[in-house]
Ligand binder design. Structure first.
Ligand SMILES: Cc1cc2nc3c(=O)[nH]c(=O)nc-3n(C[C@H](O)[C@H](O)[C@H](O)COP(=O)(O)OP(=O)(O)OC[C@H]3O[C@@H](n4cnc5c(N)ncnc54)[C@H](O)[C@@H]3O)c2cc1C
Length: 152
């Protein structure tokens, strides 16, 4: 019996966990970890921004993966011991035979001076929701659309 530990319940982690669950026998465990309780589809954030979807329509509870036989652990991944194939989640170690790291990229507006205080973004679900509200308030003026140097 093997345990596959998938760190990250974004697109990469959820797809990996689903594919492995279909291919591996039920004697093998698949454990998926994320800090967020809901999985959101970023491609739909633009619809949230323009008001044609509500946030709840573009996200699903990760807990629904449990019905398929995928164990879901909610918590912060604090440490990864690559050699031992072990991760510390919310202070507790989880050991595995196989480790998939799919923690994505962090959004860091604070690395561009002034952006965090004055800018809006549609790159996160919260950001797209705030931008929807901000756009609804605009009556006149100009909007500057910018992309910071892509660091990914
Ligand atoms: C507006 C927008 C539109 C897009 N449109 C498209 C598109 O049309 N087609 C396309 O292919 N791609 C699109 N993308 C890009 C696509 O969303 C990303 O490439 C994809 O989400 C990356 O998947 P991932 O699993 O690597 O990371 P993510 O989806 O970012 O998942 C990472 C997960 O790890 C979790 N996590 C991170 N750190 C920790 C930690 N320390 N502890 C616990 N959990 C943690 C996060 O909560 C998150 O759930 C779009 C992106 C945006 C922002």
């Amino acid at each position: 019996m093997a345990t596959v530990l998938v760190l990250g319940g974004g697109v990469g982690g959820v797809v990996a966990a689903n594919v492995l669950r279909r291919r591996l026998g039920r004697e093998h465990r698949i454990v998926l970890v994320d800090r967020e309780a809901r999985h959101s589809l970023a491609a739909s954030f633009l619809w949230v921004m323009n008001g044609s979807r509500r946030p709840a329509q573009v996200s699903r509870p990760l807990a629904s993966l449990r019905r398929k036989g995928i164990e879901v652990v909610l918590g912060e991944v604090e440490r990864i011991e690559k050699e031992r194939r072990e991760a510390t989640v919310a202070g507790k170690p989880i050991a595995a035979e196989q480790l998939i790291v799919a923690l994505g990229a962090d959004f860091r507006p604070d690395t561009v001076e002034g952006l965090e205080e004055t800018g809006q973004t549609f790159c996160t679900l919260d950001g797209a929701t705030r931008l929807r509200d901000a756009l609804a308030e605009i009556r006149s003026g100009r909007i500057a659309v910018l992309t910071a140097a892509p660091a990914y």
